[in-house]
Design a protein around this ligand. Sequence first.
Ligand code: ARG
Length: 219
Amino acid sequence: MDFASMAQYAPLFVEGLKVTVQIAFVAVIIGAILGLFVALGRLSTNKVISFIATGYIQIIRGTPVLVQLYIIYYATYPLFGFNIPPYIAAVATFGLNSSAYVAEIIRAGIQAVDFGQMEAGRSLGLPHGMVMRYIIIPQAIKNILPALGNEFVVLLKETSVVSIIGTTDLVRQADIIKAATYSNFEPYIIIALIYIVLVLGLSTLINQLERRLKRSDYR
Ligand code: ARG
């Protein structure tokens, strides 16, 4: 075991860390925006819209993200005659993938608000839209924000599969270092440590956020 010889590869680990965090971050932003629309579609009273949104969620959640990555990365050639860069394929795949999970987070967050809140608002004479905007959504945000944070944590780890199409994330960098040094152990231990520091750090932040958001519940 020789961790000392890994020190010279620090820039590669740092580069991998950047790419991993970037992909997860951009994906969760895309996922949140798209996911909001999918969730609204799913909750819509229009049968066609809700059917399409539900189908989208089922297809994305019913297939492995690795298969989705391959389809998006390789299908662009036969379809459009050119290959997209691995990084773009990675971000697109995880953005789309995340949107289905985020849609369910948003839907669950909205539905978790007690139905009595809607009834109370309506009985005060407020129209449905206003009750949603001023009473339901503000409470739903408290359920949604921490769950979005967790989604980011999940993505940090799940994006490790993008290394397979050559995206230079943490795992890819470890592969490269392994090939250069014939050490097939140390690089992976190092990236495992990087992942766990990231995940534990973020989880702590999310817990704090959750506690802050709960504070106003006890008045
Ligand atoms: N590994 C699982 C899959 O391949 C889970 C993906 C989780 N994705 C997410 N955005 N939470 O489908």
